[in-house]
Design a protein around this ligand. Sequence first.
Ligand SMILES: Nc1nc2c(c(=O)[nH]1)N(C=O)[C@@H](CNc1ccc(C(=O)N[C@@H](CCC(=O)O)C(=O)O)cc1)CN2
Ligand SMILES: Nc1ncnc2c1ncn2[C@@H]1O[C@H](COP(=O)(O)OP(=O)(O)OP(=O)(O)O)[C@@H](O)[C@H]1O
Length: 170
Amino acid sequence: MKDEIRKHMRKKREQLSESERKQASKQVARWLETLLKEDMLIASYRAFRAELEILPSAKGTWCYPRVLDETHMEMIVPDDFRRGRYGIEEPIGKSVDPKQIDIILVPLLAYDEKGYRIGYGKGYYDRYLKKCSALKIGVAYCFQKVADTWPHDLDVKLDLILTPAGITRV
Ligand SMILES: Nc1nc2c(c(=O)[nH]1)N(C=O)[C@@H](CNc1ccc(C(=O)N[C@@H](CCC(=O)O)C(=O)O)cc1)CN2
Ligand SMILES: Nc1ncnc2c1ncn2[C@@H]1O[C@H](COP(=O)(O)OP(=O)(O)OP(=O)(O)O)[C@@H](O)[C@H]1O
């Protein structure tokens, strides 16, 4: 079932036009701006496939995920980017202590109204979120909401969902 949702959502995302994606990114950026403060450390991501792209903001210090192995990732304040494993652009720079992150923007394939998510199924974010005390924000297109994601014990709940339509507390 989870796999069917993954497949379905990947397909739906890919069917969006370039201008629909751009529009969604801009709308999300406007909501996000209201949450950011200059002294924050913000963990974002570099969109790949048809993920909702997070546009840069002048506020705060930003860091991005780098995959370490099959199951773990770290967050890096980038000096530069390079295409890494899976074809995602990955940062080169200094690793941050997960405890220092104030806001983490979490990519996802689907989310439910309780704040649980379905990702690519490797558990990278599930593991990383356990180490964070940050405000956890799932970023999604509106259609990525589903009735249930069948969370297991290891799944970490998100605090907020950010979509082009606005910010929802979950
Ligand atoms: N932009 C972005 N960066 C991110 C993530 C993300 O979801 N989005 N990640 C969040 O986890 C990590 C990368 N996770 C990934 C997990 C699976 C696949 C992937 O392509 N899986 C194949 C299956 C291949 C295999 O089993 O080896 C697939 O889905 O077809 C790619 C990235 C770290 N960086
Ligand atoms: N904290 C953890 N420690 C060890 N294993 C974990 C942890 N979190 C998740 N896993 C394992 O990782 C795998 C992927 O988990 P899950 O089905 O929740 O994927 P997902 O939510 O789609 O993942 P992702 O975080 O990659 O987006 C599962 O086999 C799960 O048991």
